[in-house]
Ligand binder design. Structure first.
Ligand code: X2W
Length: 276
């Protein structure tokens, strides 16, 4: 099949999936992209769903520097929430919208290879190395298999789990993993979906949305505190891709009709686009 189709890789956070309108908006936006000939890969998390299931089982959620400290008991819950609940529901939502969604997880066909994250000293979390337990760092992506699914016209919907060569499963952070997938596929576009849906100079003023920034300007916005909090590592990590052939990265909400196509085409009507 043709390899001239453009590829979009989309990160969907667990928070986005809690709301029916968000899920349906996401499906409509993906439909717009595929109708314009884009190939689409989704990677999703499920942080809030893991928290809820942990609490139900009497476990206490504990995140350090954005990563969950994951015991063996926690990993059972992570698999249930992310590869079970969230993946099945998201795949079903896309199928209901008439899309050829292919639900899978990082261990399916060794899609996401990972190894155990070594204990590390984390700034602000004491002077002893922190062992994150069953948390992995991504070591490789099976891009051939993903491309094969895309060539078959499928939309891979991947639950963020990693697997070692020998089949050990790891909990992996979705934000860093999506960057690796975009890199491995040489994607044209990386979409980071968030509830807020863009970078605003002032969150209370919708008209202060920043439609497009260069990499240099984005660094300035980080320094000025306009891009802040959990968005900083996402944007910093993603921006590395701009020098590696990924044309643009966008922060966008699936809730807004037409948002994905708008950022894909650079019309400036929705989201925030970061370009080289
Ligand atoms: C994440 C995986 C889920 C995720 C976690 O356990 O929450 C680690 O922290 P969101 O919804 O995209 O935040 N893994 C190691 O990233 O979900």
């Amino acid at each position: 099949m043709t390899d001239t189709k453009k590829t979009a890789v989309i990160k969907v956070g667990g928070d986005v999936l809690l709301d029916k309108a968000e899920r349906e908006g996401l499906a409509a936006n993906i439909k717009d992209l595929t109708a314009e000939g884009w190939s689409v890969v989704l990677l999703h998390g499920g942080g809030p769903q893991v928290n809820a299931l942990q609490e139900k089982h009497g476990l206490t959620p504990n995140k350090v520097a954005g990563r969950r400290i994951t015991s063996e008991a926690d990993l059972v819950v992570v698999k249930q929430a992310i590869a079970g609940e969230v993946n099945v529901n998201l795949t079903a939502t896309l199928i209901q919208a008439g899309l050829p969604a292919f639900g899978c997880h990082g261990a399916s066909g060794h899609l996401i290879r990972a190894s155990k994250r070594p204990p590390v000293i984390v700034t602000g979390a004491g002077d002893k190395p922190i062992d994150f337990g069953e948390v992995g760092d991504v070591t490789g992506i099976n891009a051939e298999l993903l491309q094969g699914l895309l060539d078959l016209g499928q939309i891979p919907v991947i639950a963020t789990l990693g697997v070692s060569e020998g089949g050990r499963i790891f909990n992996i952070n979705a934000d860093t993993t999506v960057v690796q997938i975009a890199r491995a596929l040489k994607a044209d576009l990386l979409l980071l979906t968030t509830g807020v849906g863009a970078v605003f100079r002032d969150l209370k003023q919708p008209e202060s949305r920043i439609a497009q920034v260069s990499r240099q300007q984005a660094n300035k916005l980080i320094a000025e505190g306009i891009i802040q909090g959990g968005m900083i590592p996402k944007v910093e990590e993603a921006m590395k891709l701009l020098s590696e052939g990924v044309n643009s990265i966008a922060i966008v909400s699936g809730r807004n009709p037409g948002a994905f196509l708008s950022v894909a085409n650079g019309t400036g009507e929705s989201g925030t686009r970061i370009v080289d």
